[in-house]
Design a protein around this ligand. Structure first.
Ligand code: PYC
Length: 413
């Protein structure tokens, strides 16, 4: 670390440019088009350029960069999944996250604070013990802890036994972290653009051109582009975009809402989740308490906020932290989650040759940003599906090889 600091201090240009270049003219042809200028699309563009030297790339977004789910999630990073495939995948993501501020030379405010999933019943303790064992087996730090230890980690948590859902234990995952989600977008975008990748906001894809089973271009609100390869990375809109290419996804889309309070003095270090109470909570560097709950119980393409969410989520927050009773809420918002039947994402090839997909993230796409970007870039560049992505292929549904991760959700479904 001191050597890194010294090198940084002696660099001729520091800090590197944080700003993004103005939007260029749209060319008529690119090697690769990425639909979706969120964290995933931009990360894929960055790794295509850096790892594979592919820079004739246009990233298209119908709005502004990071205006979709990347700017709407609650910024949690963890790897404490249930299946071996899930744990391996997110463990690689954790490794990448840890070095990412340094690699991108951008302060992503990556903050390792620990993650607790509360158990309120014996059955939950059993699942958490199972998760802890799978995690440890694969080198991911997770363990079951009990009220004494929970009280030490989470001051203010009501651990009384005479409440509706007493806290009996928790799955503790020390590497659980948060990162500044917008900064992730800006960093990947700036570093990809510096290598020649073109960033086209306000450029809506309205059609995908397929000839002889192979993708040949995309139609956009600014004209048609031909290309050799396309990646769709459009969380919340995945079925709509794949529909343009003529294939269907086993995905339904539901809103997920969240809110933040006015700033409070720092009191909560870890992220605290109760799947049974449908609530999760952490405190940001600005002091705001970030709160989320369950997905809305109906399919909808809308980013609106509802009073039902506020009432239904804040009540269990007060069961866990009664002292928050008079705290004012500052802001409430929603994103759209593409849910798959097994609660795992879809990454890989599609029925259309050279059209690749990154979709189906449900309620946990943000934490996968670096690993998904890196491994999708590898697939696009080499044409070979990396082992880490193989379990998440689209064809797994037809092959009855699902990767069941519902039990690892932080969010109620
Ligand atoms: O999977 O950790 C998670 C999560 C937190 C909020 C939404 N998803």
């Amino acid at each position: 670390m001191p050597l890194g600091l010294l090198k940084y201090g002696l660099r001729p240009r520091r800090p590197p440019d944080r700003f993004l270049p103005p939007r260029p003219e749209l060319k008529r042809a690119y090697d690769t088009v990425i639909i979706g200028g969120g964290g995933h699309g931009l990360a894929a563009a960055y790794y295509l350029a850096v790892d594979h030297g592919i820079t004739d790339v246009a990233v298209l977004d119908k709005g502004y960069l990071g205006g979709g789910n990347t700017g709407r999630n609650t910024a949690i990073v963890r790897a404490n999944y249930l299946t071996e495939d899930g744990v391996r995948f997110y463990a690689e993501s954790l490794d990448l996250w840890r070095g990412l501020s340094g690699e991108l030379d951008f302060n992503l405010q990556y903050s390792e604070r620990g993650h607790l999933t509360l158990a309120h019943a014996d059955s939950a303790i059993r699942t958490m013990r199972w998760r802890a064992e799978v995690n440890k087996h694969l080198g991911v730090d997770s363990e079951l802890i009990f009220p004494d230890e929970i009280a030490r980690l989470v001051p203010g948590l009501d651990l009384s036994s005479d409440v509706r859902h007493p806290v009996l234990a928790a799955l503790y995952h020390p590497p659980g972290a948060t990162a500044r989600h917008d900064a992730v977008v800006w960093a990947y975008a700036a570093r990809a653009a510096a290598r020649g990748v073109e960033l086209h906001s306000d450029t809506e894809v309205t059609g995908i051109e397929v000839e002889g089973g192979r993708v040949t271009g995309v139609e956009t609100s600014r004209g048609t582009i031909s290309c050799n390869r396309v990646l769709q990375a459009v969380a919340g809109q995945s079925s709509l975009v794949s529909g343009m290419a003529g294939f269907r996804l086993p995905i339904h889309t539901v809103p997920l809402q969240a809110c933040v309070s006015l700033p409070l003095k720092p009191w909560l270090d870890p992220i605290v989740v109760s799947g049974s109470l449908h609530v999760y909570i952490w405190q940001s560097a600005r002091g705001e308490v970030v709160i989320g709950g369950a997905t809305d119980p109906y399919g909808l393409y809308a980013n609106r906020s509802t009073l039902e969410f506020a009432e239904g989520t804040l009540l269990p927050v007060l069961e866990l932290f009664p002292f928050l009773a008079n705290v004012k809420m500052l802001r409430q918002w929603a994103g759209m989650c593409d849910m798959t039947p097994d609660f795992s994402p879809v990454m890989g090839v599609t029925p259309v040759e050279n059209l690749y997909i990154d979709a189906g993230w449900g309620t946990w796409g943000f934490k996968a940003t670096p690993v998904c970007g890196k491994r999708m870039a590898e697939l696009i560049a080499t044409g070979r599906t990396p082992d880490l992505l193989q379990p998440f292929r689209l064809s797994r549904f037809a092959e009855f090889e699902q990767v069941g991760e519902k039990g690892a959700a932080s969010v109620g479904h």
